[in-house]
Write a protein that binds this ligand. Structure first.
Ligand SMILES: C[S@@+](CC[C@H](N)C(=O)[O-])C[C@H]1O[C@@H](n2cnc3c(N)ncnc32)[C@H](O)[C@@H]1O
Length: 546
């Protein structure tokens, strides 16, 4: 703690008391040396903590460092005396480096997208949290003092994350009412304003559903210099925090912990839902207690995707991996497969590369054996590999026809059959997702692609037949029919002129992006789609309807 700083947290006060005790012991000749030594050890232990935490915590960004420096060096007394603030604001209000990083971590951990801060001061905590929000995340910061908006905004503007922060000037309770009336909800709330109102903020936030179902409330200064547990406390803020902590501790709707960091941070999570309604069924609490987005998780599942080295297959592999599955990247091109594996590994997804040509029976068997021998199971088979060769029907060679069918239909059938014979499918669980095409429904034009269209129509019938035949053993077989997907191939010299023509046939007014297909593969791979089988899920921007 720098000289001259007022001790403000339990540890800082402890250090101050130990220093004084040690000074007394050193100047008083009657104190045994052993006691003085023990006091010194206690002092070393306590005084080293905050510095060590500072050093070992990830460095703050430049805008945060600037905000801190500007706040600490500002003359807050002068600002108050000039009538620019309603209250005298102590610079110690600022959350600072370690606490800011803690908040940032919490934002990451709860994957918050919308945050509410009650009490912004100069915006250190707000900017630290905003740094952890995704691009489209937002943080509403409530602050009483208009002067603080002027102070913080120029630094927010220097940060790429500043645009996520919306400052709301006025009494926080009024702002909370306004936000509740507008139907706003938050994943994380940070309460750090006037202590006497903490309990009102807390109650209002929970009673008015400002906190999302799985949201978290963080509360600053919950140890309030230790006054919350010291017996002789008369300090009104200390007593307010003590009452607040007691209230939260007895609230059956939440569970909480106080982290003894700086002046204490309470982390509160909503658990109970009261009153327990008579309709407390699976719709209300989720199937097996899992709400819908959790039911779309694929943790512990093993998947493969063929043709995963690029385009749709690559997007499918990322989507399945993001949802929690281990993913085998199957492609004829080993380099492409390896590169997608590397991408997935960077995201912390378990992945392996398999080089295979799915038109070859032995490759298909080896592919599935490799997956099962590495991960002990196979739950999700994503048969996506396919080829498309254009020719007018009168010119289509049997070679073209056979090659197209050999990959698109025969290859897909072999993949399905080997999966159907493998352990998990036989033991009652499996999801097979074939890539068909909108060409199974309509005849895309003006390009001519008879072999492709008929092979993909075959994929749909294969899917329908297997989907019904294998449903009694827990295997679901569905397919996805994408419309025209915007891939580099489309922008080739021969196809580019067709794009305008296609666009005029698509109600959505644009080609499909591979990312438009990702949710579908996760849905078909997860338990939530268990009642769906033999289905052709068409994703074509409405093209087949015109
Ligand atoms: C401890 S500071 C907040 C520190 C801030 N969270 C940070 O990260 O540095 C408390 C802030 O709450 C504001 N405040 C106090 N009472 C308020 C109220 N009723 N409504 C809105 N803001 C209030 C004060 O002006 C002050 O800026």
């Amino acid at each position: 703690m720098p000289d001259g700083k007022v001790p403000d947290t339990p540890v800082e006060i402890l250090v101050d008391l130990l220093k004084k005790a040690k000074d007394v012991a050193t100047t008083n000749g009657c104190v045994p040396k052993e006691l003085t030594n023990l006091l010194q050890q206690a002092l070393d232990l306590a005084s080293g903590l905050d510095d060590y935490l500072e050093k070992m915590t990830t460095q703050e960004s430049e805008p945060l460092a600037e905000l801190y420096k500007k706040t600490i060096s500002h003359d807050w007394d002068k600002v108050y005396e000039e009538g620019k603030t309603q209250f005298r604001l102590p610079k110690e209000c600022i959350t600072g480096h370690v606490e800011g990083q803690t908040l940032k971590m919490l934002v990451h951990m709860c994957q918050a997208r919308r945050i509410l801060e009650v009490g912004m001061f100069t915006g250190y905590g707000a900017l630290a949290m905003a740094e952890a929000l995704p691009e489209n995340g937002c943080l509403f910061a409530c602050e009483l003092e208009a002067y603080l908006k002027e102070f913080a905004q120029p630094i927010f503007d220097k940060s790429p994350h500043g645009k996520k922060i919306m400052i709301k000037i006025g009494s926080a309770l009024d702002t909370l009412k306004e936000l509740a009336d507008a139907g706003e909800q938050f994943d994380m709330v940070f309460i750090d304003a006037d202590k006497s109102n903490y309990i009102n903020y807390y109650k209002f936030i929970l009673d008015n559903n400002l906190l999302r179902l799985r949201g978290v409330i963080c509360v600053d200064n919950s140890l309030f210099k230790g006054k919350v547990y010291l017996k002789n406390t008369t300090d009104l803020n200390g007593l307010a925090l003590r009452d607040f902590n007691d209230y939260v501790a007895q609230d059956p709707h939440v569970e909480q912990v106080i982290l003894p960091l700086r002046d204490g941070i309470t982390v509160i999570r909503r658990v109970g839902i009261e009153p327990r309604p008579s309709s407390y069924d699976e719709v209300f609490r989720g199937v097996m207690g899992r709400p819908i987005l959790e039911r779309m998780r694929l943790d512990g599942r093993v998947a493969y995707v063929t043709g995963a080295g690029q385009s749709i297959g690559r997007a499918f592999a990322h989507a399945l991996g993001e949802a929690g599955a281990n993913v085998a990247i199957v492609d004829m091109d080993a380099t492409k497969a390896d590169s997608v594996v590397k991408e997935l590994n960077v995201k912390g997804i378990n992945a392996m590369a398999i080089t295979a040509d799915i038109s070859k029976c032995e490759d298909v068997q080896r592919m599935i054996d490799s997956v099962v021998s590495k991960w002990g199971a196979l739950h999700i088979a994503c048969n996506n590999a396919g080829i498309n060769m254009n020719s007018a029907s009168e010119d289509t060679t049997l070679e073209e026809w056979d090659r197209t069918f050999s990959v698109n239909l025969r290859g897909t059938f072999m993949c399905c059959q080997v999966c159907g014979r493998s352990g998990d499918a036989k033991q009652g669980y499996g999801k097979i997702i074939n890539t068909a095409s909108m060409a199974s429904l309509i005849v895309p034009h003006p390009q001519k692609q008879l072999s492709y269209n008929t092979s993909k129509a075959g994929v749909v019938k294969l899917t329908q037949t297997l989907g019904t035949e294998w449903v009694d053993r827990g295997v679901r077989v569905n397919c996805i029919s994408p419309g025209i997907v915007d891939t580099p191939l489309i922008h080739s010299e021969s196809l580019e002129p067709l794009v305008q023509r296609w666009l005029s046939d698509i109600p959505a007014g644009r080609l499909a992006q591979v990312t438009d297909l990702q949710a579908a593969v996760v849905y078909l791979a997860c338990d939530a789609s268990d009642y769906m089988t033999g289905h052709n899920l068409v994703i074509e921007g409405g093209q087949s309807l015109w």
